[in-house]
Ligand binder design. Structure first.
Ligand code: 5GP
Length: 111
């Protein structure tokens, strides 16, 4: 179990900005931009590598939820979505999450 399951179960606090039956979005504890939200499936999928063909509906739902959360947060100037996968991908919490970053001009390429 990761810290994100504890957030889903309300065992530790988080600033939750969106919730539905399948997913939850909350503000990152260490924001890298003025807006930094994590969107996660409630099911504890370890990473993008944990998805199978049976998860197409959940994967689609997560992706389709991103613009809804962005609109709710008023990110009309744009935002960046990031999914870190595995150690070299920069993943530190092994519960799949989509970073939504906004509120400043983000550079490319990432570090
Ligand atoms: P990763 O490095 O795995 O892509 O991203 C994990 C993210 O989770 C990091 O940006 C980190 O700041 C965030 N994070 C880690 N622990 C907590 C926590 O307890 N609460 C919240 N809200 N975010 C967390």
């Amino acid at each position: 179990m990761t810290i994100f399951t504890k957030i889903i179960n309300r065992e530790i606090p988080a600033d939750i900005v969106y919730e539905d039956d399948l997913c939850l979005a909350f503000r990152d504890v260490s924001p890298q931009a003025p807006t930094h939200v994590l969107l996660i499936p409630k099911r504890p999928v370890e990473s993008l590598d944990g998805f199978t063909d049976e998860d197409s509906s959940l994967a689609g739902h997560l992706l389709l939820t991103v613009p809804k959360v962005a609109a709710q947060l008023g990110l009309e100037n744009g935002y960046r979505t990031v999914i870190n996968t595995g150690t070299e991908g920069g993943q530190t919490v092994f519960h799949l999450h989509i970073h939504i970053l906004a509120g400043r001009s983000l550079t490319w390429p990432p570090g």
